[in-house]
Design a protein around this ligand. Sequence first.
Ligand code: ATP
Length: 203
Amino acid sequence: MYKVGITGGIGSGKTTACRVFEVLGIPVFYADTVAKEIMCKDAVLVDGVKSAFGAASYSEDGKLNNKHIAGIVFNNEEALAQLNALVHPAVFRAFDAWEATIPSTVPYTLKEAAILFESGSYKLCDTTILVTAPYEIKIKRLMQRDGVTEEQVKARMDKQLSDEEKAKLADHFIVNDEQQSIIEQVLSLHQGFLKLAKELKNA
Ligand code: ATP
């Protein structure tokens, strides 16, 4: 099935754009939400995390010990890369299982991931969308949504690839600047994907 990857910096509005695609009947796989869920559910991942970071990574009732993991990977690039190397394949497995449940009448699917480009998972998509928004608007949105300070938002942004870097890898763009209609932009992309998906099916 035709796969569209969608990403964007924090506060850009990628989830908001995905909600519009969902209204159009397109199923969305929210990779970041799934990644959190499978930390306790995917047996291969759980075993891998325990071997890499110790049995204390989980409580006796199987809940993830976030504090323990964060304490190890915080400011330790090697440990963070090790964690990512365990989580990313597990998310791919979850995506494949999810996709297998999608009826063949669905024209295409969307995979939303904050680190679509950084993780390399964009390579498994047929095409990609980057959602962008002006810096000041993203700061305003996140301060409002998460009740955090400007400094806290900036610290989170600094950990991500810049829009300029992501734009080099993206095929399509949604500009969520509160001037251009996000609904119209999604509708226009949707029409294009429907056409491409149809061509692919008939090829
Ligand atoms: P994150 O990566 O932090 O989860 P995101 O890119 O998924 O962020 P959203 O959660 O979609 O971004 O949007 C961030 C906040 O901004 C939300 O509270 C959302 O309701 C609001 N928002 C997004 N787009 C718009 C818009 N065009 N007009 C007004 N508010 C918006």
